[in-house]
Design a protein. Structure first.
Length: 443
């Protein structure tokens, strides 16, 4: 057996401690400005699984003929990945979230569980479930908070995770660190069992798989399925593909940043240059776990003014965004986002506008919620739908290829979920606020 020491930087920014929920949990053990912890994660080098273990060509060829992938379903403004955990494997569905790192699922016994579509995972029935506890404190607990106020609390464990593979066999990953959530917030409105973090840090699924690339294609059509791919099959190329540099920030070690140079409304282009939003090293987080497209209020107002110049319909009073009384998308201008490096995405009207009850159409580009912790600019999943989006962590590029994502051969009806009571409640903001892990030291 080989042990590998990964350093897990857990940054807790001071302002988080102002919020009441944060204070309650954090008071126990953490200093106010962040702490660092070593994660010792055993990697089985002679594993019988298909996990990458060396740079042998033959092995690479094997991998390219068998890339792992999973089916993706759209549910309540989130995209869920189907995966199996445990031995014997049990299916769960978890929100695909590039804005956080942990993989977690609800577990029995429930102190407090939200509704989910699949049966809740019972760790006592899995022969490979093993809690991951601190040698010192013997605590296996974690607490996780997201930008929309949702949370998950439970035990850290290692468990076997199984997805599909292009070879037709299962892709089995032993000893993946997961969270077994015994207390998950009510506010989680999808039917997901949990979340699969795909952020940059060591605990995310993509870091634990050890393959440098992943891609997903989100279909906005209800009842259709699409895919998320890992490894060599995740490289996005071909006609229509555009790429932009991915930027990393030390103080935000989870996120993938892109640099937004400008937004065009029809033919009118609003540069970020000359505004406080302008940057050359990343000014917007790309987040599959957030629904909407957020821009800083001052820059957004420039974009909105141009939309208002074009749309002739009657405006609806709305504090949250720009809405009009109409049922015709034709009145609205096409919006193009210009990422650095010449990556121009001409967005479909469905990516940028949304019709409500066939009576009102709203601009789906909003200013970030007025909380002290929110990222000011987030490129969320609605704007990304019907693009094949590839993250290549070795070349530090994000690529986009216009694609009709729905896999019609896999259409499946789904139960609709509880209606949101207000406009903003429709939207998820799944980027991690902070994580408190007491126990990442393996004996
Ligand atoms: C892997 O297996 C080989 C041969 O079976 C053995 O010599 C080697 O020590 C093993 N390595 C580890 C890390 O277990
Ligand atoms: C590559 O890996 C395969 C399968 O593990 C092995 O049979 C082969 O000898 C390796 N080749 C090299 C050059 O190491
Ligand atoms: C679950 O966590 C919340 C938020 O910290 C807390 O208020 C609640 O009491 C917890 N519920 C249980 C049953 O432990
Ligand atoms: C474990 O406990 C020992 C003695 O109490 C202490 O010196 C050491 O720093 C602790 N290690 C961790 C990782 O907390
Ligand atoms: C946009 O959404 C509407 C309603 O959901 C749908 O009828 C239309 O086909 C969609 N257009 C595209 C290009 O996806």
């Amino acid at each position: 057996m080989m042990s590998m020491v990964l350093s897990l930087q857990i940054i807790i920014t001071a302002f988080l401690f102002i919020t009441t929920t944060a204070t309650a949990t954090a008071s126990a053990s953490s200093p106010p400005s962040g702490f660092t912890m070593d994660l010792i994660h055993r990697r089985t080098i002679n594993s019988s699984s298909s996990r990458r273990s060396n740079n042998n060509d033959t092995y690479d060829q094997l991998l390219s003929s068998s890339s792992p992938y999973a089916d993706v379903v759209f549910d309540n403004y989130e995209y869920l990945m189907k995966l199996k955990i445990g031995t014997p494997p049990v299916e769960i569905e978890a929100t695909i979230d590039t804005g956080s790192d942990m993989i977690w699922t609800q577990c029995l016994p429930c102190l407090h569980c939200h509704k989910q579509r699949n049966p809740i995972f019972d760790p006592s029935k899995s022969s490979t479930y093993k809690e991951e506890c601190s040698s010192n404190t013997s605590s296996c607990d974690y607490d996780l908070y997201y930008g929309d106020g949702t949370y998950s609390k439970g035990r850290l464990a290692t468990e076997t995770v199984t997805i599909q593979s292009t070879s037709g066999h299962s892709y089995v990953m032993p000893e993946i660190v997961i969270g077994c959530s015994h207390n998950s917030s009510e506010a989680i409105r999808s039917t997901a069992s949990g979340i699969v973090g795909l952020g940059r840090q060591p605990l995310s699924l993509i870091s634990q798989i050890g393959l440098g690339a992943f891609s997903y294609c989100f279909s906005p059509e209800e009842g259709t399925s699409s895919k998320i791919s890992f490894g060599s099959n995740a490289i996005v190329s071909g006609d229509g593909t555009v790429s932009t540099p991915m930027f990393l920030k030390e103080d935000k070690p989870t996120f993938y940043y892109l640099n937004l140079d400008a937004v065009s409304v029809g033919k009118a282009r609003v540069e970020t240059l000359g505004t406080p939003f302008h940057a050359v090293d990343g000014n917007i987080v790309i987040d599959s776990g957030s629904t909407a497209f957020y821009l800083p209020a001052s820059y957004l107002s420039l974009v909105r003014e141009l939309v208002e110049k074009v749309v002739t319909a009657e405006k609806v009073d709305s504090e949250e965004t720009l809405c009009y009384k109409t049922n015709s998308m034709d009145l609205f201008p096409v919006i193009t986002v210009h990422f650095s490096g010449g990556a121009d995405l001409v967005l479909d009207k469905n990516n940028t506008y949304m019709a409500f009850n066939g009576q009102v159409i709203c601009l789906m580009i909003m200013s970030a919620p007025a909380t002290p912790f929110a990222e000011k600019a987030v490129f969320g999943n609605r704007a990304q739908s019907n693009f094949l989006v590839g993250y290549d962590r070795s070349s530090l590029q994000v690529s986009f290829k216009p694609t009709h994502c729905a896999d019609v051969t896999q259409a499946m009806p789904r139960d609709s979920t509880s209606a949101a009571s207000s406009f903003l409640q429709l939207f998820h903001i799944k980027f991690v606020l902070f994580i408190l892990v007491l126990s990442l030291i393996r004996p």
